[in-house]
Design a protein around this ligand. Structure first.
Ligand SMILES: NC(=O)c1ccc[n+]([C@@H]2O[C@H](COP(=O)([O-])OP(=O)(O)OC[C@H]3O[C@@H](n4cnc5c(N)ncnc54)[C@H](O)[C@@H]3O)[C@@H](O)[C@H]2O)c1
Length: 264
């Protein structure tokens, strides 16, 4: 179950957090993994812990040149590309009245343009490998619960993640219509304990009119009926499933991994 033997994956924003844990589980599941990020030192450290099954590549997801170079490097090193995880993302944590236009453009560049460029750059390689494998190749896009329901903390982030949710469904349909054997699915985490998770606690504390991050963490916790916050491992397991042949009949779907947050 959930094996990725012989597969090659490229994961954006995987120097730390959910992406790094996904890389670790993918290597454990038998895949070769290329990690791209702008945090070069952290990315190299993450790769060192993974051994021969992983390489680090400098990849700013807003740059078409970086994407093309990353796809080429992954293919040269590992002989193909079967899986793309569009994981890199930014959270702003400001209300509409506080956010400025430059901040919005930055969010769009990373959370939306980054996903479009990644999908476009990897498409020829994924199309080729899809033909050769029994259940095709796979893309997973990191959306969020904030791409399914409104966000009290960050309407601009929510707007970008809503875009990722529908881009996932639309590309799944486009590729299927064209006969490409590429499955495209999104994953929708609740609040996950990463650097970005910490950023959400700080934003919530600010909104509550205090700097009490612990109180803010408790409020976030109480929004998750399952009784705890998520871990990178909770999400990485979902991503490995979606990219494996166990999800062979899934495309255009969203996997919600949120401890019950959006069930209420
Ligand atoms: N943590 C959460 O609560 C949560 C919830 C829902 C969705 N998500 C989504 O999951 C994904 C991973 O988040 P995380 O919690 O691991 O966050 P994180 O901040 O720990 O990691 C994000 C990574 O993206 C990288 N990144 C940022 N800009 C980049 C760029 N221009 N090019 C390449 N890499 C870039 C960062 O350097 C970092 O390594 C994001 O898309 C995020 O929106 C996170």
């Amino acid at each position: 179950m959930n094996r990725l033997d012989g597969k090659v994956a490229l994961i954006s924003g995987a120097a730390r957090g959910i992406g790094a844990e996904t890389a670790r589980l993918m290597v454990e599941a038998g895949a070769k993994v290329a990690i791209g990020d702008v945090l070069d030192e952290r990315g190299r450290e993450t790769v060192r812990a993974l051994g021969d099954g992983a390489i680090y590549l400098h990849l700013d997801v807003t740059s078409p040149e970086d994407w093309n170079a990353a796809v080429a490097a992954a293919m040269t090193r590992f002989g193909g590309l079967d899986i793309l995880v569009n994981n890199a993302g930014l959270f702003l944590g400001k209300g509409l009245e506080e956010a400025n236009l430059d901040e919005w453009h930055r969010l769009v560049a990373v959370n939306l343009t980054g996903v479009v460029l990644g999908t476009k750059s990897a498409l020829p390689a994924l199309r080729d490998s899809g033909v050769k494998s029994q259940h095709g190749s796979a893309i997973v896009n990191l959306a969020s619960v904030a791409g399914l329901v409104g966000s009290q903390l960050d309407p601009l982030y929510s707007l970008t993640k809503g875009g990722v949710t529908l881009f996932t469904k639309s590309t799944a349909l486009e590729f299927a219509r064209k006969g490409y054997r590429i499955r495209v699915n999104s994953i929708h985490p609740g609040v996950i304990q990463t650097d970005m998770g910490e950023q959400t606690f700080a934003a919530r504390a600010h909104n509550l009119g205090s700097n009490d991050v612990e109180a803010s963490r408790r409020v976030a916790l109480s929004a998750h009926p399952i009784g705890r916050l998520g871990t990178p491992n909770d999400i990485a397991k979902g991503i490995v499933f979606l990219t494996s042949d166990d999800a062979a009949f899934m495309t255009g779907a969203g996997l919600v991994v949120d401890g019950g947050l959006t069930a209420q």
